[in-house]
Design a protein around this ligand. Structure first.
Ligand code: HEM
Length: 383
């Protein structure tokens, strides 16, 4: 890593630590009796749980995963130094306004500035692609990075839609729900997942199977239709979402078969969870299964299976292979802590028998939530 790459990587690790600490704070308030307030010299400021959740997701999305994906997709990130630094600074600046005030003018200005920075990044990237300073590689992994960036732009339209529906007082409308899922689902399954697949194929030195590429590119943009409660959606739209989920599952499996036996140990966990994710997509194609999953409270565990189990461990694996193992010291500890967090989330769902829930359940989940942060502090200090 050169100085710029190292600065972006450590900045993103710092964002993970802050966001993970915020997630632990949420659990601490829920289960450990930590007061929901922000210490201040002139008296503690009371906090809203929704605002804490927002601060957590904002810094995870905008400060942790996004700059690292950009770092991995650029042959020479030094030329994008200003943009990458701006993204990190904006993510960190937005934490306190989101935590204290929620989605109010200051946080709106900061998140809008972040999205505009993405667009500037996208324009510059396209310009460099056309000029040939970001060249095509022999295995067409570059096309997956291109598609991933295109889906970031599509996902961002969901954020604009959210702002618009909220401004119009339509917070409980189908348009609001669809905008939310365009943003959340296309960001996670499009921008992030395609970039991880590209980095994984690069590590395995394999080409993108052509059929898999088209299945993923056609299937992923429809996945937001499955995020909405099936009963709220016209059946034709639901059908498109189901077909997209099946295509995504098949595309994922084809890529996984392509890299089989060609990746190092650091990829074991993200790859295993990608198989699970392909299975979940196939299940979500059936409305009854999707409704059952929502009724069981599986949304948060599944979201974290993707964002923590696949994306976070996948990014660390990609940095490990692309930049060297000295930047990802302690990755086995991180992966172990993430497995524990994912397992602990099932204790809060309808899958865990009610008769086995005790006073210990909540505090255990909260205690385990601290572990990934501790593991990342180790990676940060060792980098
Ligand atoms: C370090 C481990 C993590 C912990 C302890 C953690 C904790 C939490 C908690 C407590 C919630 C709120 C759950 C609820 O509403 O009941 C949450 C929600 C969420 N987290 Fe995390 N999280 C972690 C990692 C991540 C990562 C890596 C990402 C993204 C890259 C992420 C993105 C989200 C999202 C999108 C939500 C849901 C927001 C919504 O309800 O719409 N989390 N997390």
């Amino acid at each position: 890593m050169n100085t710029v790459e190292k600065r972006v990587w450590t900045g993103s690790l710092a964002c993970f630590i802050l966001a993970a600490g915020t997630g632990f704070f949420f659990r601490g308030i829920q289960f450990l009796g930590i007061p929901a307030e922000f210490p201040w010299p002139h008296g503690a400021i009371p906090l809203d749980m929704g605002h804490i959740r927002h601060a957590h997701t904002h810094v995870m999305y905008f400060g942790w995963v996004t700059p690292v994906v950009m770092l991995l997709m650029l042959p020479d990130p030094s030329r994008y130094r200003g943009l990458l630094t701006t993204l990190l600074v904006l993510a960190l600046l937005a934490w306190a306004p989101f935590l204290l005030l929620g989605y109010k003018p200051l946080s709106i200005v900061l998140s809008t500035s972040t999205m505009l920075t993405w667009y500037v990044f996208g324009i510059r990237y396209m310009w460099d692609r056309r000029r040939g300073s970001i060249p095509l590689d022999g295995r067409c992994v570059r096309h997956l990075f291109d598609a991933s960036l295109a889906l970031l732009v599509v996902a961002s339209t969901g954020a604009w839609g959210l702002g618009l529906t909220m401004a119009m007082g339509m917070d409980h409308s189908l348009a609001y729900d669809l905008s939310l899922h365009v943003f959340l689902d296309l960001f996670a399954e499009g921008w992030l997942m395609l970039a991880i697949l590209a980095a994984m194929l690069r590590s395995a030195r394999r080409a993108v199977p052509r059929r898999a590429f088209w299945m993923l590119v056609a299937g992923i943009p429809t996945l937001f239709l499955l995020g909405v409660v099936p009963e709220r959606l016209p059946w034709e739209m639901r059908l498109v979402g189901s077909a997209g989920a099946l295509m995504t599952a098949a595309g994922l499996l084809l890529v996984l078969l392509e890299v089989r036996g060609r990746l190092g140990q650091v990829w074991r966990l993200p790859v295993a969870l990608m198989y699970v994710n392909a299975g979940v997509h196939a299940g979500l194609a059936i409305p009854a299964v999707a409704s059952w999953g929502m009724a069981m409270g599986l949304r948060i565990p599944w979201l974290h299976l993707v964002l923590l189990g696949i994306v976070t461990t996948g990014l660390v694996a990609a940095v490990h292979d692309h930049f060297g193992s000295r930047y990802t010291r302690g990755w086995p500890m991180l992966q172990a802590s993430i497995v524990l967090v994912l397992a602990s989330l099932f204790l809060l769902t309808g899958l865990w028998p009610g008769s086995l829930v005790g006073e210990w359940t909540g505090p255990l989940v909260a205690g385990i939530a601290l572990l990934p942060m501790a593991a990342m502090v180790r990676m940060f200090t060792a980098t």
